[in-house]
Design a protein around this ligand. Structure first.
Ligand code: F6P
Length: 461
């Protein structure tokens, strides 16, 4: 391992997520542990609006410094909401129809990345390793190289990599693909993403960089989730469940997650198998997200309309009170504490992870981690999730197929205990065998061992 510090760069600093408690067992804790080992710096957006000309606000906790940068209102609109979440997000998740190309979005994205590089460069020291995260910051490595940075620099994309044809819809496609060549290592979630990344690099004649692309599937900290669940002995799904089997979904309210799809599939299940009208409850906890973007508000309206329709068709009485009543669906728009989510995973009969496309989807792994070994629940998992490449003993369903999902719900609800145990044991071994700490350690080892891009003539110096 290199003797230098680790420098992490992400769109948001840990704790800068609106309305969301810091996920102590997630990425933040994995990277904090890695940062603690060598000492280091975490650089990113504060989550606040502020003066873009200001220097980063630097705070220190132990051996780790946090450098927080504000975005201007214009940058939030054009860069974060516009290009990152109005263009890259839908395109990379296969929602070409939701791409909102707006004049100036790409230019703002480039300017924010250039500004981050200008603010970060003076903070870097010889021997540091820089690890940049996610689609908001794809060109940041190249911008650092332009400013003369030659040190080890890796990039990890948390979301899926689309086909080369989708990249062609991007303003600046050629520049963005070329920017990947500035990294010593490009990590993606799955082998499917490796193939897609290599294909787009080859299509743009940047084939030499393809050797630096590798799959590093992100994991969770299973022990942390078990501790959370053990600390919450009450069942948060009661009294709503009232003895019924719970099918449970918990997501950011994002159109990539397939929340309407799971409601439609549940509605079909209730149509076809009337016993579940009184014996099953679908619980959906949706955390509000990116509500300034019209597609997210439309998705929320779609979900709420479906919930109302199912209630009007199948509820025995007047619409249920929030979280209670005898209706077949309990939908809650809220950001729950992780401990409450952990307890709900433990008590649910079935977990519904139904994304149309998803880089990994950690809900699937968290659910597995906290099951009771003697009486585990069943994971229904869309093949559109990166997690499906590892979690093969889940009930795998094709993305977007209402009929297949309704069938999987019935199969999950009726699955014999012995089969539930067999599947869960295999899944649990996979989740425990590749944790988020393994992920960060392996990525950094691979970054140290990778051929250097920093000295190559194409590095953009
Ligand atoms: O999973 C992708 C991601 O952008 C993460 O980087 C982020 O933590 C999460 O979605 C929430 O999104 P946002 O930062 O846009 O609220």
């Amino acid at each position: 391992m290199s003797g230098g510090r680790l420098v992490v760069v992400s769109n948001r600093l840990p704790g800068a997520e609106p309305g969301r408690p810091l996920p102590a067992g997630g990425l933040a804790s994995a990277l904090s542990r890695a940062l603690d080992e060598t000492g280091g710096l975490w650089f990113g957006w504060s989550g606040e609006t502020g003066d873009p000309a200001a220097e980063p606000a630097v705070t220190r906790t132990g051996a780790v410094e946090y450098a927080a940068v504000d975005l201007s209102e214009e940058e939030i609109r054009a860069h974060y909401e516009g290009f990152c979440n109005g263009v890259l997000w839908p395109l990379f998740h296969g929602f070409d129809g939701r791409v909102r190309l707006a004049a100036g979005g790409y230019e703002s994205y480039r300017r924010v990345n250039a500004r981050f590089a200008a603010l970060l460069s003076p903070l870097l020291r010889s021997g540091d390793r820089v690890w940049i995260h996610d689609y908001h910051l794809l060109p940041l490595g190249e911008e650092l190289r332009r400013r003369g940075w030659r040190g080890r620099t890796g990039f990890f994309l948390h979301i899926p990599v689309p086909a080369a044809s989708a990249w062609e819809r991007l303003p600046g496609a050629a520049e963005l693909v070329a920017a990947l060549a500035a990294y010593d290592l490009v990590g993606v979630q799955t082998e499917r993403d490796v193939a897609a990344t290599r294909a787009v690099l080859a299509a743009h004649g940047t084939g030499v960089a393809a050797r630096r692309v590798a799959s590093h599937p992100i994991g969770i900290d299973p022990e942390h989730w078990r501790t959370l669940s053990a600390g919450e002995p009450a069942n948060p799904l009661e009294p709503a469940a009232a003895g019924r089997s719970v099918l449970f979904g918990v997501d950011r309210l994002d159109y990539s997650k397939g929340i309407p799809l799971r409601l439609q599939a549940f509605e079909r299940l209730l149509e076809r198998a009337p016993r579940w009208r009184s014996e099953a409850l679908l619980v959906q906890w949706s955390a509000p997200s990116r509500q300034a973007i019209p597609e997210y508000r439309a998705e929320r309206a779609r979900v709420e309309a479906l919930v109302a329709r199912i209630a009007s068709r199948f509820a025995p009485g007047p619409p249920p009170a929030v979280g209670g009543g005898a209706g077949p669906v309990w939908h809650e728009m809220a950001t729950r504490e992780a401990s409450s989510i952990a307890a709900a995973y433990r008590e649910a009969a079935v977990s519904l992870v139904t994304s149309h496309a998803d880089g990994m989807n950690l809900v699937a792994k968290e659910f597995v981690a906290v099951q009771r070994p003697g009486d585990p629940g069943v994971l229904v998992l869309s093949r559109g999730c990166g997690a499906a490449e590892e979690l093969r003993e889940a009930l795998l369903v094709p993305p977007g197929d209402v009929g297949a999902l309704a069938g999987a719900m019935a199969e999950a609800l009726e699955m014999p205990l012995s089969e539930r145990r067999d599947r869960w044991h295999a899944l649990s071994a996979r989740v425990g065998g590749s944790t988020v700490h393994d992920w960060s350690r392996r990525f950094l080892e691979a970054l140290d061992a990778a051929p250097s891009a920093g000295d190559s003539p194409g590095a953009g110096a």
